[in-house]
Design a protein. Structure first.
Length: 224
């Protein structure tokens, strides 16, 4: 939180080289799944602390006068999200980086669109696509995922085994629960992960929370 910052291009290049950020051929940027895991840890810790504890964290990190910490945060437009990104970047990088460069990195990370929580090898649906998907695939299993979701991360570890339990004629897809309000509202999904089983285009059963391969197999046996 200094008045003089390094070149943002240098900060971005450093993040890309460290595999914290991916740059697509079209120039679009996303944070990587590996970085998101580290970010989630700091999000859980610093999202839950009190205002007083957060202010003390800022004092310790940036050597700010405790009596002026609120004014300092306001002057630099810094909130918990920025501090979480700063700490996650500091932890993720293999080599020490100066405070000024880390500060610029944090501001970039806050602005960059995060990677989707949907696993890479699942087709990802959005609110504009799920109806067409279910029309084309009346027998389907759709899973809702979210970022900073420990049960989701645990379920991803079992995903290959879970997919092995799904019949070949049942389509599978995933959605980002934070970006698909229409889907979640229609099917009353308020928890991630949630597995929804559709047969003949209609929702037949769903299961919320971390769902094991054996749980999925039982769902499949009942629905299909």
């Amino acid at each position: 939180m200094s008045a003089t910052h390094p070149d943002p291009e240098t900060a971005l290049d450093t993040l890309i080289a460290a595999d914290a950020v991916d740059e697509a051929p079209d120039g679009s940027l996303t944070t990587t799944e590996e970085f998101e895991k580290v970010l989630a840890i700091y999000h859980d810790v610093y999202g839950a602390i009190s205002t007083e504890e957060f202010h003390q964290t800022v004092v310790d990190l940036f050597d700010v006068d405790p009596d002026s910490v609120e004014a300092h945060l306001e002057a630099y437009d810094v909130g918990r999200t920025d501090v979480v990104a700063y700490l996650a970047a500091q932890s993720f990088l293999d080599v020490p980086v100066g405070q000024d460069l880390l500060t610029v990195m944090a501001s970039l990370l806050v602005e960059i669109t995060p990677s989707s929580p949907v696993p890479d090898h699942l087709s990802e649906l959005d609110d504009d696509a799920f109806e067409a998907f279910l029309e084309s695939n009346p027998n389907a299993i759709v899973t809702v995922w979210r970022r900073f979701c420990t049960p989701c991360d645990g379920m991803k570890d079992d995903l290959d085994e879970i997919l092995d339990r799904v019949p070949a004629d049942v389509a599978v897809a995933g959605l980002d629960g934070e970006a698909t309000d229409d889907f979640c509202r229609r099917y009353e999904v308020d928890t991630a992960p949630t597995v929804l089983c559709f047969r003949d285009g209609e929702l037949r059963e769903s299961a919320s929370g971390r769902t094991s391969p054996d749980d999925v197999e039982r769902l499949v046996d009942r629905v299909y």
